[in-house]
Design a protein around this ligand. Structure first.
Ligand code: M6R
Length: 605
């Protein structure tokens, strides 16, 4: 949510900043800007819309420099506009900021009383004024930044420049991620390593409350108490082209098709004799899981849907009570935590503000352990959790989560098996489906062309219902989220048995209904539910097991899926729903990878 990139080097920093922004664009894309210091002094360029617009402005009004900061914005305070775009500049100071300053109104009122005038509606401009006002006291840039930051309440990742200090970039973090890219005779900052992969693979990740003075030849970090600290250097395993689209039209399309390999990679080496190797979670994991008496899982959005599938699995296979909740609700309510309850979080990015806040809140509630499923090794979530299952989805750039979700499901199935090994009664999950998961996913993705044709029937629809039962109900929810997120068609997911309690009133000829129908114990129940829908005139699209006895007929289109074991049904039946949403969005001409009003990583509340 908003992206920062900056650096100090002997090279012209502008192409590095623009490439970094392009790589961060998925974090926010309503406006962008950059500021540099050069012989011309402090220069700034800003533009509404995507990075390409900023590039146009930089071409039209040339800009260069050896030190600079840049930002791509997802609006929080103030509408998208050039005036609200970062960097915000006051006098000799320029600032880029991710996060939300909670006491900005009080600070602004005080600054206005001091005679300062504001040009934007942002909380960030308050920071620029604060630094400038402190700088005016003693012309000590570093000290001014420290004093200004000490007055901030809320979340921030910052990059700050001063016209009088052409070799010094200040950065700090609290609640929003920030890394420092290490070069030879040059250093960089970014909210995400991906921004800097073309210039370095060596990174330092700032901790909460850290403040850093970044210069060409040095990086000096102090912690939240002002003490000098060394943070470990990490080598990123990502290649610069890991975030390229290749021959695909959209990142989402690429990421859908990567699922065969990344799900296989996520489970590789994690099982022996058909059982999850619990100690791959860490040496303390077996003892912890053995003592677990219940599980609470907290997540947001698509990750919440993965958690919702896991609830069915954990209660069925491990016979443990499992409660699942969205993080934004959990963090603000009273929760009863029975003894021996394991707290689990699920997050692709590991930086989702609500999920992180829920984890921090939960720390004082008496849980027996904290386990995270995450896709980003150096994220805040992984660093703050006791045990971590790292999914191997690789960078997910499309705002709509696809491969992150299916890798989360694979991870959850293994963790369920780990719990079931201690607590299950008679039936452990059948993990054999994971042995050939790559070809199973590949087979379903082979249906792409058929699903692309079927998507034409949805293009002019205003609403769609998605139905599933049991662990496939959260898959219906996920199918609905995908469709609304990228095609802007209103969609709802329902457990098929619930329709008659209200939503059936919505069903008529204009309401397409999509159902997922694996051949499991609930199949006959689902078939009856679909009859009820068909009887009301709805057209049905059913993704069904080839052996489930569904046949296409007037008003019913059936797409057969190869039979799969029960444990991997949620994963397999997600795939056609992703493809359907993708093709509908392409036909409707929406911005598939960067849908309106959304951003990939929601690092603000
Ligand atoms: O990074 P996280 O998994 O914590 O993100 C949670 C949600 O913001 C995310 O899944 C969101 O719902 C996706 N855009 C859905 O496609």
């Amino acid at each position: 949510m908003c992206g920062i990139v900056g650096g100090v080097t002997d090279r012209n920093i502008v192409p590095i900043l623009l490439e970094g922004l392009r790589r961060l664009e998925y974090r926010g894309y309503d406006s962008a800007g950059l500021a540099t210091l050069s012989s011309e002094g402090l220069q700034r360029r800003r533009a509404m819309g995507k990075i390409v617009e900023l590039e146009g402005v930089c071409d039209a009004q040339a800009i260069d420099g050896h030190i600079g900061i840049a930002h791509t914005r997802w609006a929080t305070h103030g509408a998208p506009s050039v005036a609200n775009a970062h960097p915000h500049s006051v006098g000799k100071i320029a600032v880029v900021h991710n996060g939300i300053i909670e006491n900005w109104a009080e600070l602004k009122a005080q600054l206005e009383k001091d005679g300062r005038a504001f040009e934007s509606e942002t909380d960030t401009e308050v920071i620029a004024h604060l630094v400038e006002s402190e700088y005016n006291k003693d012309q000590d840039f570093v000290a001014a930044c420290r004093r200004a930051i000490a007055q901030l309440e809320g979340a921030y990742a910052l990059g700050i420049l001063c016209r009088d200090e052409p070799n010094t970039l200040i950065t700090a973090r609290m609640g929003s991620p920030l890394c420092i890219g290490l070069g030879v005779g040059e250093h960089f900052i970014a909210s995400d390593v991906q921004a800097l992969l073309p210039v370095t693979s060596r990174f330092i990740f700032l901790e909460e409350g850290d403040f850093a003075i970044v210069q060409k030849a040095s990086v000096a970090i102090t912690d939240a108490h002002g003490e000098s600290v060394e943070r470990p250097e990490k080598q990123s395993q990502l290649s610069a082209d890991a975030v390229e689209k290749g021959d695909y039209r959209h990142y989402m399309e690429k990421e859908i098709h990567e699922q065969a390999s990344v799900v296989a990679e996520t489970v590789r080496g994690k099982t022996s004799a058909g059982r999850f190797l619990i100690n791959t979670l860490g040496p303390e994991a077996p003892e912890l899981l053995e003592g677990v008496k219940g599980v609470h899982i907290i997540a947001c959005g698509t990750s919440f849907h993965a958690a919702s599938v896991a609830r069915y699995w954990i209660e069925h296979y491990a016979h443990l009570p499992c409660q699942v909740e969205v993080a934004s609700e959990y963090r603000y309510r009273t929760t009863v935590v029975p003894e021996g309850t394991l707290f689990m979080t699920i997050s692709q990015s590991g930086e989702t503000a609500d999920t992180l806040a829920a984890l921090r809140h939960a720390r004082s509630l008496g849980y027996c352990g904290f386990l995270a499923i995450c896709n980003v090794p150096e994220s805040s979530l992984t660093r703050e959790s006791d045990l971590v299952f790292l999914t191997q989805a690789g960078p997910e750039i499309g705002v709509a989560s696809t491969k992150a979700f299916t890798t989360q499901l694979a991870a959850l199935l293994l963790i369920t098996d780990g719990l079931a090994q201690f607590h299950g009664r008679d039936s452990l999950p059948d993990l054999s489906g994971l042995d050939n998961i790559e070809s199973a996913i590949g087979q379903v993705l082979g249906l792409s062309e058929r699903i692309r044709k079927l998507s034409e029937q949805f293009v002019d629809k205003h609403h769609t219902l998605f139905l599933g039962r049991g662990p496939l109900f959260p898959i219906a929810l996920e199918g609905a989220l995908k469709l609304k997120e990228i095609s802007y068609i209103h969609a709802e997911g329902y457990p098929a048995g619930e329709l008659k309690h209200g939503p059936l009133a919505l069903v008529d000829e204009g309401m397409p209904v999509v159902a997922v129908a694996p051949d499991n114990a609930l199949l006959d129940k689902l078939k009856s539910n679909l009859q009820e829908v068909r009887a009301r005139g709805a057209t049905l699209l059913v993704f069904a097991d080839e052996s489930a006895g569904f046949e296409s007929a007037d008003g019913i289109e059936v797409v057969g899926l190869p039979h799969c074991s029960e444990a991997i049904e949620p994963l397999i039946y997600t795939l056609p729903l992703q493809l359907l949403s993708y093709y509908v969005a392409v036909l409707r001409g929406t911005d598939v990878d960067q849908p309106r009003n959304l951003a990939k990583s929601v690092t603000v509340e």
